[in-house]
Design a binder for this molecule. Structure first.
Ligand code: IPE
Ligand code: IPE
Ligand code: MG
Length: 242
């Protein structure tokens, strides 16, 4: 393991609520989309950093089910950036041996973006160093609702007995069915809300709020945040740490 992480307990699964792009741009007199563009660059570097540090699962909140309520300009700016970013990310993921997975209800996106999301998942499927999970049109409540619909269908068809529904059954029916729960959740920009992110999965996740705005996030900040995780005493759950 790299020298910079010597002595730091690395969580198996790190999740980030990337917040503060708008404030970063507004502080500079730039349009909010400029903050999102910088945020995409920072995310690309952070994917590389997480893989190099030895994190096994890295999840980010990229677009929430509530984010559609933003202005038409901002939403279309974000969709434009997603198209460019996904193409770029596919190269990065292949270089870094990273598997990309997308959670959330992708059907609401435009057909070409859906196709790009499907493609990046299938092209990177065999990559083994890290799983990078992008939450796109994701809401924890919507994810639970969709899981309930799925399970109700199985009950109706006779494939599942209601009495046999365990916590494990529910976990498996979520978008994150194959992904372990996050150990450490960072939210940038000083906010202290979950904003509908990984509601079921973060039952025992350690939460940390840093004042750094997402476009200013970097490896030094990541290592500082991971040191906070290392200093905490976990009670339950989590991926085995290295
Ligand atoms: C997070 O930054 C990015 C997305 C939600 C897509 P914001 O756009 O929420 O930035 P602030 O919170 O307004 O500063
Ligand atoms: C959460 O941030 C969603 C993402 C980071 C994609 P928001 O900025 O949208 O959340 P609220 O509005 O502060 O709850
Ligand atoms: Mg915000």
């Amino acid at each position: 393991m790299a020298e910079e992480t010597a002595g730091i307990r690395i969580p198996g699964h790190v999740a980030i609520i990337m917040d503060g792009n708008g404030r970063w741009a507004e502080k500079r007199g730039l349009p909010r989309t400029a903050g999102h563009a910088k945020g995409c660059e920072v995310l690309e570097q952070t994917v590389r950093d997480c893989a190099n540090i030895g994190i096994r699962y890295f999840t980010v909140y990229a677009f929430s089910t509530e984010n559609w309520k933003r202005s038409v300009e901002e939403v279309s700016g974000l969709m434009h950036l997603f198209r460019i970013y996904i193409r770029k990310l596919q190269k990065v993921a292949m270089e870094e041996n990273v598997r990309v997975r997308v959670i959330g209800e992708r059907r609401r996106f435009a057909p070409d973006l859906i196709a790009a999301l499907d493609e990046i998942e299938s092209v990177t499927k065999g990559n083994t160093r890290m799983d990078f999970v992008m939450a796109m049109n994701y809401g924890g409540r919507d994810e639970i609702r969709r899981a309930v619909v799925k399970l109700a269908g199985l009950v109706r068809s006779g494939a599942l007995n209601p009495e046999d529904i365990t916590e494990e059954t529910i976990s498996r029916a979520l978008d994150t069915g194959e992904i372990p729960d996050p150990d450490f959740l960072i939210r940038t920009s000083g906010e202290k809300r979950l904003s509908n992110f990984l509601l079921w999965q973060s039952a025992y996740t350690e939460f940390y709020s840093t004042p750094v705005l997402w476009p200013d996030f970097n490896k030094e900040e990541l290592l500082r945040d991971l040191a906070v995780y290392g200093s905490r005493d976990r009670r339950y759950g989590g991926v085995k740490t290295k």
